[in-house]
Design a protein around this ligand. Structure first.
Ligand code: FAD
Length: 434
C-alpha cells in the first residue's frame, strides 16, 4: 500500500533519470546538414558508434554518426552505469565453448575495456563520475553462496583473478540489507554516470572531427562499385564503409542484422536523493550491486545519492512504466525495508541487445560492418567493440576474437522474438529450483 501511495503522491517522471540529471550539453557540435560523402558512416549514436567514430576520426578518416533520435538516446543513456570485468556469458562457459586460448583473449578484452573507460576519463577528460570501488554480487539464496565459493576458486585457478567471498556473517559491512545470504566482491567493478559518459564521448569524437547527425534514420544501404549509398530520411550519403551499431534498437535497415540480435527490455527506477546516513547504510564501501538470480536485479547509489534499482521484469520491451515501477519498487523495499517511505522519482526502460550465445559479436553483412550483442554487460564492451571494429576496418588490427566466433542465427527468428515468454518461464523455473 505504501508503494502505491508513494507512486501517486510524487511527481513521477516516465523518462530516463540520467539525461534529466545531466542533459545533453548545448554546445555539443551536432551538424544540421547530412554530409554528402564520408569515408565511414556509422549508424547509431550510442557508446559503440561513438567509440568507433572517435577511433576512426582520430586517425584522420572523415566520419558521420547517423542517429535516428538524439545522440545517446538509446541504451547508452538509460543503463544502470554499473561495469566490471567479464562478459554476459560467464567465463567457465566461454572456456568450455571456445577453448582456453580464445577465452583468455575474451577475458583480457574485458579488462582492456575497463582501461578504455579510464583512458576516456584520464586522457580525454570525459568527466563521468567513474568510481571503481568494486561490485558486490549478493546471494539471493543460501545455495547461491555455495556457488560463489566455487566461482572464486575457479577464477583464481583459471584466470588468476581474485574474487573476495563475503560470508553471511559479515555481509552487513558491505550492504545495508537483511535480504541476502552472503556475497562475492570483484574489486574491478565500478559505477559511472551513463549520460555524462555518452555526451562526453560524443564531444571527444566531434573534437577529432566526427560529424554527429541527429534525427536521421538510415532506411537502407546500397553497395556500389566505390563503397555504399546510405539512404536516409534526410537524403543519400555516399560512404566508403558503413558500420551498424544499433544493438537493441536494430531495425530492418541492414537486412540480416535483426535475426542476430534480440531486443530485450530492461527497466529501472530511481528514488529521491537519500540522506547521507541512508546512503552510508546501504553501501558503506561504495560498491555497486547485483543479485545472483537469472532474472537479476542490479542496483546502486547514483552520484547524487539516490538508489537506482533495475531489472528485466519479463523481458518484454513494452511493459507499462507505472506497472514496472510498482514491481521494481516492491523488490527494492523487500531488499531495503528502510526505503519503504522514500519516493520514487523516475521510471523508464530501454533495450538490451541479446545474442543467442550471449556473446558480443563483430561481423560483416554484405560488406557492412557491425558490432552488437552486449546484453547487460554493454557498457565496457560496447566501447571496446566500437573501437575494435574501427581498428579492423582501418586495417590497424588484423583480427579480433569477437569477429572469429560464429554469430548464431536460427530459422525461427527473423523479426519477432515470439519465444521470449518461454525463455522467461524457463529462467524463472531455474531461479525457483536453484
Ligand atoms: C535499462 C538498461 C540498463 C542497463 N544497465 C547496464 C549496466 O548497468 N551495465 C552495463 O554494462 N550495461 C547495461 N546495459 C546495456 C548497455 O546500456 C548497452 O549494451 C549499451 O549502451 C549499448 O550501446 P550501443 O551503442 O551498442 O547501443 P545504443 O546505445 O542502444 O544505441 C543504438 C542507437 O541506434 C539508433 N538507431 C537504431 N536504428 C537506427 C537507424 N536505422 N538509423 C539511425 N539510428 C538508428 C538508436 O536510436 C539508438 O540510439 C543496460 C541497458 C539498459 C537498456
Amino acid at each position: 500500500m505504501t508503494g502505491h501511495l508513494k507512486l501517486e503522491a510524487c511527481n513521477l517522471e516516465r523518462t530516463p533519470f540520467w539525461p534529466d540529471d545531466f542533459s545533453r550539453p548545448a554546445d555539443l557540435p551536432v551538424v544540421s546538414e547530412l554530409p554528402s560523402d564520408v569515408d565511414v558512416a556509422v549508424v547509431g549514436g550510442g557508446y559503440t558508434g561513438l567509440s568507433a567514430a572517435r577511433t576512426l576520426a582520430q586517425s584522420g578518416a572523415s566520419v558521420a554518426v547517423l542517429e535516428r533520435e538524439t545522440i545517446g538516446w538509446g541504451a547508452s543513456s538509460r543503463n544502470g552505469g554499473i561495469t566490471g570485468c567479464g562478459l554476459k556469458a560467464g567465463m567457465p562457459t566461454v572456456i568450455r565453448r571456445y577453448g582456453e586460448a580464445l577465452a583468455r583473449e575474451f577475458w583480457q578484452a574485458s579488462l582492456d575495456a575497463l582501461d578504455l573507460i579510464r583512458e576516456l576519463v584520464d586522457e580525454e577528460g570525459v568527466d563521468c563520475d567513474f568510481r571503481q570501488q568494486g561490485d558486490l554480487c549478493v546471494a539471493y539464496k543460501p545455495s547461491h553462496y555455495e556457488e560463489f565459493k566455487a566461482r572464486a576458486a575457479w577464477h583464481k585457478k583459471h584466470l588468476d583473478h581474485e574474487l573476495q567471498l563475503i560470508p553471511p556473517e559479515t555481509l552487513q559491512e558491505e550492504i545495508g540489507s537483511p535480504a541476502y545470504f552472503g556475497g562475492i566482491v570483484d574489486p574491478h567493478g565500478a559505477g559511472l554516470h551513463p549520460a555524462r559518459l555518452v555526451f562526453g564521448l560524443a564531444a571527444v569524437a566531434a573534437r577529432y572531427g566526427a560529424q554527429l547527425v541527429e534525427h536521421v534514420t538510415v532506411r537502407f544501404v546500397n553497395r556500389t562499385s566505390s563503397g555504399f549509398e546510405v539512404h536516409t530520411t534526410r537524403g543519400v550519403l555516399k560512404a566508403g564503409e558503413v558500420i551498424a551499431t544499433t544493438n537493441g534498437y536494430t531495425d530492418g535497415a541492414i537486412p540480416g542484422l535483426r535475426p542476430g540480435v534480440i531486443p530485450v527490455g530492461s527497466y529501472s527506477i530511481v528514488t529521491e536523493p537519500l540522506s547521507p546516513e541512508l546512503q552510508a547504510q546501504i553501501s558503506p564501501r561504495g560498491r555497486v550491486f547485483w543479485d545472483s538470480k537469472w532474472f537479476l536485479n542490479y542496483f546502486r547509489l547514483t552520484p547524487d545519492g539516490r538508489l537506482l534499482w533495475g531489472g528485466r521484469n519479463n523481458l518484454s520491451t513494452h511493459l507499462d512504466l507505472d506497472a514496472s515501477c510498482r514491481t521494481l519498487r516492491a523488490q527494492m523495499v523487500r531488499a531495503f525495508p528502510q526505503l519503504g517511505d522514500v519516493a520514487v522519482t523516475h521510471t523508464w526502460s530501454g533495450r538490451l541487445g541479446l545474442t543467442f550465445d550471449l556473446m558480443p559479436h563483430i561481423g560483416r553483412l554484405d560488406g557492412v560492418y557491425y558490432a552488437l550483442g552486449f546484453g547487460g554487460h554493454g557498457l565496457h564492451m560496447a566501447l571496446y567493440t566500437g573501437r575494435e571494429v574501427a581498428l579492423l576496418l582501418s586495417g590497424k588490427k588484423s583480427r579480433s576474437p569477437f569477429a572469429e566466433i560464429r554469430h548464431p542465427r536460427y530459422f525461427f527468428y527473423r523479426h519477432h522474438p515470439w519465444f521470449l515468454p518461454l525463455v522467461v518461464q524457463y529462467y524463472r523455473l531455474r531461479d525457483y529450483l536453484s
